[in-house]
Design a protein around this ligand. Sequence first.
Ligand code: GLU
Length: 283
Amino acid sequence: MSAAFVTRFAPSPTGLLHRGHAYSALLAYAAAQAAGETFLLRIEDIDATRARPEFEAAIFEDLAWLGITWREPVRRQSEHLDDYEAALARLAAEGLVYRCFRTRKEVAQAMASAPHGAMDTFRSAPLPAEEEAERLARGERFAWRLSLKAAQARLDGFEHLTFQEEGAGPNGETGLIQARPELGGDVVLARKDVGVAYHLAVVVDDALQGVTHVIRGCDLFEAAHVQRLLQALLGLPTPVYRHHRLLAGPDGKRYAKRDRAETLQALRAAGVTPEQLRQEMGL
Ligand code: GLU
């Protein structure tokens, strides 16, 4: 029997959590509790160069301090690379992805040299077979990119792709949203270094974990458009989205991982209590 309400908090252990993370986690936790249902914690640690065990340990500690409990086991993305590979293989078998050998710099250059306004997101095409074979033979590394063109053909356009937004996007978008995956361009689904990338891992995990409600900051609203497309291509269910506002500090700027003084660890050390935080956040 599948639960009616499953949500998750999915931090990347690449820094210490700050007030913005606390807000997101508390909102998701409260929603799960109100529904009498499940709250999951997922550690998004595919970026092996930036993820660190001490940040993961800090996540557990900070959440426990906030009074949040989660259903075990915690899903750690780095332990499930097979799942992402299988999904990628499925897309590849249908010709929905292509190899991209470009460096970041080359991608930036390609975008900069496009006629003004013609390309604000990267879109490309597979290399001619011969050139690709040569590069592979030379051992050149490549990323896998989603082909919007192939996806569009496969789905007969994106017009029928929608998702339910119970919160709001950065411009107040709410209700039934028409997905516009073209906003993201031909996104990378598998990075050169780790063989998977954010969007693919999130979509696969949300489905495998039976997530029914994605509650996260509205900075990820655009991601939902891309993720909706991946769900359609992989035949996965679409969760309901609840994007929330981003907390801003006294200077009006949103909290970021670099604001050392605003980490939950620092606040705790300064004697701030979880109750105070909740009150400040209007929770
Ligand atoms: N791991 C992402 C982050 O820390 C969140 C992913 C998601 O909620 O979909 O920003």
